[in-house]
Design a protein around this ligand. Structure first.
Ligand code: SF4
Length: 213
């Protein structure tokens, strides 16, 4: 019951606070996949500036496929992670060679793309193909840990099946695309890593951390 209440409260909060990002305005699976690769371990503010330039230069997977590695590296160098250029290039090659230029819409296929793990695959399946998939990253784990006392004993909680199972339980049966976006914004704006805004938090009445003071 508390799960439903908290999901509804986060969705209600999101209604008045949703962030506008270019990758949330498109339905093109290629552009959504690119955004997720750029967002990996990277501040969305940096990606926000780069994303339109990237899409302008490589508007489809075929442009990326034909690009020289140096062109890609030069364009994305300001957002860090030196291996990302190679990842983008190899993914484009796989999509063209193995999937006829189409972004795969099933979990097994999308997970076969170079460097794509649980988070990126679920994010693309949810945001691009509207499939009901939970997402778990460091920020989402922080929210679940604080609000519901869900703790991972694994050294890499992002890979902990129990956390993924909990995230699946939390995911509403409807409005799950909005909920996943809402959760990301809520984690970055309210349940922040440092100085969370508990006083104005829409789920403080059920939050374990808040109740324990
Ligand atoms: S009350 Fe504070 S710790 Fe709890 S979910 Fe809200 S912002 Fe996070």
């Amino acid at each position: 019951m508390e799960f439903n209440n908290s999901a509804n409260s986060i969705l209600k909060w999101y209604d008045g606070h949703k962030k506008k990002f270019g990758w949330r305005e498109t339905k093109d699976p290629y552009k959504i996949l690119i955004s997720e690769i750029l967002l990996h371990k990277t501040d969305s503010k940096k990606v926000e500036k780069l994303y339109p330039k990237f899409i302008e230069k490589f508007p489809t997977v075929y442009y990326l496929y034909q690009a020289e590695s140096e062109e890609i590296d030069n364009l994305i160098k300001d957002i860090g992670l030196f291996y990302r250029g190679q990842r983008l290039k190899r993914i484009a090659e796989q999509i063209v060679n193995e999937f006829n230029g189409n972004i795969p819409a099933c979990k097994e296929d999308i997970m076969s793309l170079y460097g794509v793990g649980e988070y990126i695959s679920n994010a693309v399946l949810c945001f691009a193909f509207k499939k009901r998939m939970p997402i778990v990253d460091t920020n989402v784990i922080r929210v679940y840990e604080r609000a519901f006392n869900v703790k991972s004993l694994k050294s890499r909680p992002r890979t902990d099946k129990e956390i993924w199972d909990f995230a699946e339980k939390m995911l509403p049966k409807e409005n799950y695309v909005e909920y996943n976006y809402a959760l990301l914004d809520f984690a970055s704006d309210i349940c922040r890593a440092k100085n969370p805004l508990c006083e104005i938090c829409p789920i403080k009445s059920i939050c374990v951390c808040w109740k324990e003071g």
